[in-house]
Design a protein around this ligand. Sequence first.
Ligand code: GLN
Length: 245
Amino acid sequence: MKKILAIVLVLMMVLSLAACGGSSKKEALTMATNAYFPPYEYYENDKIVGIDAEVAAVIAEKLGMELVIEDMDFGSIIAAVQTGKCSMGMAGMTVTEERLESVNFSDVYAVGVQVVIVNEGSDIASLDDLAGKKIGVQENTTGDIYATDDFGDDFIERYPKGSDAVLALTQGKIDAVIIDNEPAKNFVASNDGLVILDTEYAIEDYAIAVAKDNEDLLKDINKALAELTADGTLDKIVAKYIPAE
Ligand code: GLN
């Protein structure tokens, strides 16, 4: 009987070691994102790269954690953070009053500008010309929220990804796309016949979303952000993805 117990105990130890993968396994820092938003997050082959992915990797390293990126719809990110499914949301995400009701935001690490993309030769030359036109947006983004407010639900076409909205524009299904400026520049560079209007639609701050009950992580992230801003790491990462004009 004793022998059996001993064997069972040894087996249990072996199994639990295997489950933990040894003592060197780091705790995961899971980042919820939507990886169709170049240059902040996008797929290069099957790897998610970009400014947010690299900044997050540096933060994880500073926290002694292992970064795990989870790609999901943009509209699911806040809930994933709020429910603790993911440790943080990083997706070129704008700080808004409404989102602050559900999550906390880190210090600001980038500025975003909502811009308007149209087809070359379009009769839309300024924001005023957008009235009555079909405007494409990425669902649940600030572009969606502001444009719905300003131009009315009937005139807004929502797409799961920014790239889907741009595709619809190139196909003439819609008249304009409202989206963040850096992704806009990427989309215009990779599609012929598109231009960005000179007028800016909205200027906003990007930050990292953290669950309201996770004050410790928020503090750690802010400390890491301050360090990587002060030592030039942030600038270096940004310069790698956004060439100086
Ligand atoms: N900055 C916009 C927002 O937070 C868009 C972000 C995105 O599409 N990833 O709503």
